[in-house]
Design a protein around this ligand. Structure first.
Ligand code: ADP
Length: 864
């Protein structure tokens, strides 16, 4: 094109000016930017009179320029190299340029030019300076419009952002629930601020945990979940959240390239996964509340193709601040409410156990105790429960079944048909054997049936009863396992956990104590009854435990041994009973199976007394129970009787032999020449016959007295006369040089009694006095006035009687010297007969004696 003439040039400038002004008007009237660009291109083409006009913008990689909007040329293909060069130059230099066939003007912008407006003419030297001014004018209108639009956009976004934050603040404070807070956060962000969002939290120990992922597209949601599972957040890694935590500041990925994306991944699969998630731009911001980093939010734009810029970062940071406070509040509230729930649960537990203790302590009855435990356990702890008790012989019995739904009968019936297997490696036998509890959180009829002989059958039978969870705890009291309780959760569907097991164990501990108390009480009661019975039996009953310690000593044992129970109980038998160990060997002892054995009579020396006990024992788990009776008296009588037989036969034989001898001599020999001898023999016969008579009389009288057949024949008598007759009658028996004297007042008046029997008593006493005195000894019979009575005393200077035997001389058959070693004959009946007679006369007989010096027997008879 040649140069234009001045008129033409002027007209063209005017036209150009009006085109710029028109464009400026369009811009001022608010024409949208895209439309304005079209108008600008049209205006440039018209004003410059060319076909090829374009608005060039830098390509995303910044290496070249592309005419996104153009007139006339196909910017991509037909643009000459010179155009590109000039455009690049203009872009950098921010200047309008003109070449021979090109004119270009920079569209200014902040922080860098927005693009370059260029026109091209196939004709050389087509453009003049005016054209440059014109094109710059157009470019300026575009720049101003763009700046205005940017300002509008920024205002709009900041208004939008503020609105968003206001809403976020509102939504986030609405709940104190952690999960709800997280899902509100996700709903706020996706899809307005991200195509997908990840929430990671940092634990106390620095570990990271992914707590939420949210994606607008469902397939991305699935991918995010897979990502969380396979590549959980890792502190110190290159994942955006990890970086944000380390930096405690936002991390911005304005745009991802395959390389920059790979840098955030750990391995190929991670990268492949991220590639499918396809983040185009991302921001990770730390969640900081009250000065503490709680975690990080990762925002990503993906399929929407958007990019994050500075405004988005500011918005994300602000959102993160609010979210952090909400999350922290929710966490605090959650830990507080968890603590409160724990405290409430603990309180309920305490209440339950105190109610249990109360109920359990209110009864000492075994059956009632078990029922109480069952009532407490069902339904508070379980839906049904079974009690197992360990019997004495080691077998296990099911004693009670309690079911909340009233289905005890079904369960009871089903269980009753199945014997427990004592050595089962699980279930009640195991728990009782080891004392360890068992918890099956996920139980089935099969696991429940595993402790019986035929588990399959029971499991099949239990099929209609729901079994969800079981626990079996031992009943242990005072170190002894008494049994076990099985708790079953059925229709309630409750799953037992460690906490339930602890509660069950606690309940079982209390129940065991109560059961044990009721057992002790029952035993104590039985023992009480036994003790009452034992107190009344005549036999002595003594329990000596396995350690040889006396545990029981009944009233009869006290009476027989004259030892108080309080003094001997708790002491070793060997310390209480001299020579116990040797004697115990001689005692026949039966067993529980064969308790009856014939007792043995064994002499015990207790406190210097000889005690003959007829004793036998029965061994039991606790020791040996001995039963005995005192046979000392019987034994003594037996001995006396045998002594008597010996004595009497001797006593009878001696006079009989004398009578026989005298009679034979009289018969065989002619004693006509010896009248003295004849008389003497006759006298001997008379004398010995009298003696025989007296012995036989004593024996008869004794048996009469014993049989109660004896009667007195009382009458008025003069005691002095009776005494004198007795003294005179005895004179002929006096020993060599012996003296016998009666000392009596003039008169004592009369006495109402049996004269013959009184004479018999006095005869006996005088005879003994002479018999047990040496030759030449003096015997005195004294009569005195007593207090309303008359006292007869017979004193001698004889051998005397030891003090310990004084009481016994009046006993039947008693003789101080049964073997008659001193040659003094006697039956041991005389003093017995005397005492019996005096008793019947309502009198009293007594003796005082000094061994070796003599004795005095005194009879006191009442006057009436
Ligand atoms: P006996 O036929 O043996 O004399 P008694 O019943 O009369 O029987 O006496 C019992 C025992 O008492 C005697 O064996 C003797 O040991 C003792 N006794 C009785 N009287 C006297 C006495 N005066 N002096 C010493 N001992 C006596």
């Amino acid at each position: 094109m040649g140069r234009l003439d001045p008129v033409e040039q002027l007209r063209r400038r005017e036209r150009q000016q009006s085109l710029v002004a028109e464009l400026g008007r369009s811009a001022l009237t608010g024409t949208p930017e895209s439309e304005l660009v079209e108008l600008a291109l049209d205006a440039a083409a018209e004003g410059l009179g060319v076909e090829n006009v374009g608005l060039f913008e830098p390509s995303p990689d910044g290496r070249t320029f592309v005419a996104h909007r153009a007139r006339g040329w196909d910017a991509k293909r037909s643009k000459p190299k010179s155009v590109r060069k000039l455009v690049a130059h203009a872009f950098r230099g921010d200047e309008a340029l003109v070449a021979t066939d090109i004119v270009a003007a920079t569209v200014r912008g902040e922080p860098q030019p927005l693009g370059v407006l260029a026109a091209y003419s196939a004709r050389p030297h087509a453009f003049a300076h005016d054209d440059v001014v014109f094109l710059r004018g157009i470019a300026n209108v575009l720049a101003v419009t763009a700046a205005r639009d940017r300002a509008d956009e920024a205002r709009r976004r900041s208004e939008e952002g503020l609105g968003f934050l206001a809403e976020a603040g509102h939504v986030l404070v609405r709940t104190l629930d952690y999960e709800a807070t997280l899902s509100s956060l996700a709903r706020l962000v996706v899809p307005r601020l991200a195509d997908w969002l990840i929430v990671d939290v940092e634990e106390e120990d620095g570990a990271m945990r992914r707590v939420a992922v949210a994606a607008a597209a469902p397939e991305k949601q699935a991918l995010l979940e897979e990502l969380s599972r396979l590549y959980p957040p890792e502190p110190g890694s290159q994942q955006p959240a990890a970086l944000a935590l380390v930096r405690r500041a936002a991390v911005h990925f304005p745009e991802f390239t395959p390389e920059s994306l790979r840098a955030t991944t750990r391995d190929d699969h991670h990268f492949a996964l991220m590639t499918r998630l396809d983040p185009r731009s991302a921001i990770a911001v730390p969640l900081v509340a009250r000065g503490r980093t709680l975690g990080a939010l990762t925002f990503a734009w993906s399929e929407s193709g958007r990019r994050y810029d500075e405004i988005d970062i500011a918005l994300a940071e602000e959102l993160a601040r609010r979210a952090a406070v909400a999350i922290d509040n929710a966490r605090l509230y959650e830990s507080e409410s968890a603590a409160r729930a724990r405290a409430e649960a603990a309180q309920r537990r305490v209440e339950f156990l105190s109610e249990a203790s109360h109920m359990l302590s209110s009864s000492l009855d075994y059956g009632e105790t078990l029922t109480s435990v069952a009532r407490l356990a069902v339904p508070h702890v379980a839906d049904w429960c079974v009690f197992y008790m360990l019997a004495e012989d080691g077998s296990i019995e099911r004693v009670a079944v309690e079911h909340g739904g009233g289905r005890q009968d079904i369960v009871r019936g089903v269980l009753a048909g199945h014997e427990l297997k004592p050595d089962a490696p699980t279930g009640a036998p195991y728990v009782i054997r080891t004392g360890h509890s068992e918890l099956h959180a996920e139980a089935t009829p099969v696991s429940l049936a595993s402790d019986v002989e035929q588990p399959e059958e029971l499991a099949a039978a239990l099929a209609e009863v729901q079994v969800h969870s079981t626990m079996c705890v031992p009943l242990i009291a005072r170190g002894r396992t008494l049994g076990a309780i099985l708790f079953v959760s059925a229709e309630s569907g409750r799953t037992f956990a460690e906490e339930d097991l602890r509660l069950a164990e606690d309940l079982a501990g209390r129940a065991a104590l109560a059961v044990d108390n009721s057992r002790l009480y029952r035993e104590a009661e039985e023992r009480g009854e036994a003790a009452r019975a034992l107190a009344t039996v005549g036999d002595g009953v003594v329990l000596v435990d396995r350690n040889g310690v006396i545990r029981l000593w009944n009233a009869a044992a006290e009476a027989i041994t004259r030892r108080a129970a309080a003094d001997v109980r708790g002491r070793r038998a060997a310390d209480v009973l001299p020579d116990w160990e040797r004697l115990a060997d001689a005692i026949p002892v039966g067993t529980a199976a064969q308790p009856s054995v014939s007792p043995e009579t064994i002499p015990f020396a207790i406190d210097g007394r000889e005690l003959w006990l007829s004793i036998s024992g029965v061994a039991s788990a606790e020791g040996v129970v001995y039963a005995f009776r005192d046979v000392t008296e019987d034994r003594r009588l037996d001995r006396l009787k045998s002594d008597f037989v010996a004595t009497v036969s001797h006593e009878l034989r001696t006079p009989l032999a004398a009578v026989y001898g005298a009679a034979v001599t009289l018969a065989d020999r002619d004693l006509s020449g010896r009248p003295d001898l004849h008389r003497e023999l006759i006298a001997q016969i008379v004398d010995q016959t009298e003696r025989l008579t007296s012995i036989v009389t004593d024996i008869l009288l004794a048996s009469e007295l014993e049989a109660g057949r004896f009667r007195l024949t009382p009458g008025e008598i003069d005691p002095i006369l009776v005494a004198r007759a007795a003294v005179e009658g005895a004179r002929m028996r006096l020993r060599e040089g012996g003296r016998l004297e009666l000392v009596a007042p003039e008169s004592l008046g009369s006495l109402e009694t049996d004269a013959g029997r009184l004479r018999q008593v006095l005869d006996n006493l005088i005879e003994n006095a002479i018999k047990y005195s040496p030759d030449g000894a003096r015997t005195e019979v004294r009569l005195e006035q007593g207090n309303g009575s008359i006292r007869f005393s017979v004193s001698d200077e004889g051998v005397g009687i030891p003090r310990s035997e004084l009481d016994r001389v009046f006993e039947k058959f008693y003789r101080l010297d049964p073997e008659q070693t001193r040659g003094v004959a006697g039956t041991g009946l005389g003093l017995y007969v005397c005492k019996e007679l005096v008793d019947r006369m309502a009198g009293r007989i007594s003796v005082t004696s000094i061994l070796g010096r003599g004795s005095t027997f005194t009879v006191e008879l009442p006057r009436s």
